[in-house]
Write a protein that binds this ligand. Structure first.
Ligand SMILES: NC(=O)c1ccc[n+]([C@@H]2O[C@H](COP(=O)([O-])OP(=O)(O)OC[C@H]3O[C@@H](n4cnc5c(N)ncnc54)[C@H](OP(=O)(O)O)[C@@H]3O)[C@@H](O)[C@H]2O)c1
Length: 384
């Protein structure tokens, strides 16, 4: 039996048969920095690789989440310190990944109090301090912690205010560009949360309001009190539940959509196979679409992704991200990675274009696949 590649420490191999160098050829050009930004780490910039001019141009074609402008692909920083998908990495090794993303033109960085907890915000704050005014930092509140362990949800106004003070310190900043409610607190109406964030916005401590994993109805209620800039929920080729009314509601209200898990926690990046098994410490072991029968069944989808990727000369991760980007102009995925070369590969998705015919053909093909371990379409209408 083959083992999970991460767990076994094997060098990641790509089972799609596509040469990994050719993926990287789709990544953005070396050494691209934000124009006019003086990076304190410029003298020590690490390797960069080569890529197409198109992707370089595309990363600078900003997308709008409500009134907020961001690079079309962001960077999810969670797994750098959270231990969800891999043991927490050495911060000294992660700072260059975040700074490497800035060098490549990424301006949108995602963290949360929950990741670590707290250590992820500290990492992001430290890595981005030298370019603070050129980047957009998004973080999330909504949990109560005791002895640095989450013990439940808490979105009471005084708790949100305390949380934000801690975030500002850890992030080494005087304002949070995008402040999300991570998970709805069943004891606090979303209107009260929106009201508190609205006050924080008036005080300049937050600039924009976001929600995560809420139903269209909750989104509307919050938006009526304080305009919502972005909704962040899991969305990928494997988890398409938010196509049931959520994306339409975002479009109607002018709210951006930020897919988390855009490469299905590594599955669509061809990181695992039907024989992959996960230890209890890994978050993968709690995700239904990583259970043995599900992995087996869902390989059909990965097979399709590999095939289309081969046709277009791109990797499965790039194909999967490009599909999200092609879906709606207000979608900005935030693939998470601990590796600079994966980050560059992911940005290369911006170079992948689909014709309407291709999109139709692809949807036709994947819609026929019965996925296992995914959320029901109705669950999109319920707060998580
Ligand atoms: N709002 C929420 O409730 C919520 C929940 C979870 C996450 N998030 C946010 O969303 C971000 C992204 O979601 P996610 O990290 O859960 O899932 P994801 O982005 O779908 O997958 C991340 C995993 O895929 C691997 N990966 C990424 N690109 C790859 C590539 N090109 N080739 C091979 N492997 C690749 C990474 O491993 P390597 O490190 O080896 O690259 C990592 O283990 C997080 O970082 C976090 O900021 C939000």
């Amino acid at each position: 039996m083959k083992k999970d590649k991460e767990a076994s420490g094997l060098k990641t191999q790509n089972s799609s048969g596509i040469n990994r160098r050719s993926f990287l050829a789709k990544s953005v050009l070396a050494g691209v920095s934000l124009s006019g930004v003086s990076c304190s780490w410029a003298a020590t910039r690490s390797d960069t690789g080569k890529g197409s001019n198109n992707a370089v141009a595309a990363i600078n074609e900003k997308r709008r989440l409500g009134s907020l402008e961001v690079s079309p692909v962001g960077l999810g920083c969670m797994s750098m310190t959270s231990g969800h998908y891999n043991p927490p990495r050495d911060i000294e090794e992660m700072v260059p990944v975040i700074r490497g993303a800035v060098d490549q033109g990424v301006t949108f960085f995602d963290t949360a109090e929950y990741y670590g907890p707290f250590s992820n915000e500290a990492l992001v704050g430290r890595a981005l301090a030298p370019v603070r005014n050129q980047v957009v930092i998004a973080t999330k509140f909504g949990f109560q912690f005791e002895n640095e362990k989450p013990v439940g949800r808490n979105s009471r106004p005084e708790h949100i205010r305390r949380a934000v003070e801690g975030m500002l310190k850890r992030l080494q900043t005087d304002r949070i560009d995008l402040l999300y409610l991570h998970r709805l607190d069943p004891n606090v109406p979303v209107e009260d949360v929106a009201g508190t964030v609205s006050e924080l916005i008036k005080e300049g401590k937050a600039l924009h309001f976001g929600l995560s994993e809420v139903s269209p109805q909750t989104l509307r209620r919050a938006h009526a009190v304080q305009p919502v800039t972005a909704l962040q929920s899991e969305y990928s080729l494997i988890q398409r539940v938010h196509e049931n009314q959520v994306l339409d509601t975002c479009e109607e209200l002018g709210v951006g959509f930020v897919p988390w898990g855009p490469v299905s926690r590594g599955f669509l990046a061809d990181k695992f196979n039907e024989y992959s098994r996960f230890s209890e410490e890994s978050r993968h072991s709690e995700v239904p679409y990583f259970e043995p029968e599900a992995l087996q069944a869902n390989m059909k989808l990965l097979g399709l992704v590999r095939d289309l990727g081969r046709r277009k000369g791109v990797s499965p991760a790039q194909l999967s991200l490009a599909w999200l980007l092609a879906h709606k102009p207000f979608i900005v995925p935030i693939p998470g990675t601990t590796k600079l070369h994966h980050m560059k590969e992911n940005i290369g998705a911006l170079d992948v274009k689909f014709s309407q015919e291709e999109l139709k053909e692809f949807r036709n093909a994947f819609s026929k696949i019965e996925l296992v371990g995914v959320r029901s379409s109705e669950s999109a209408l319920t707060d998580m």
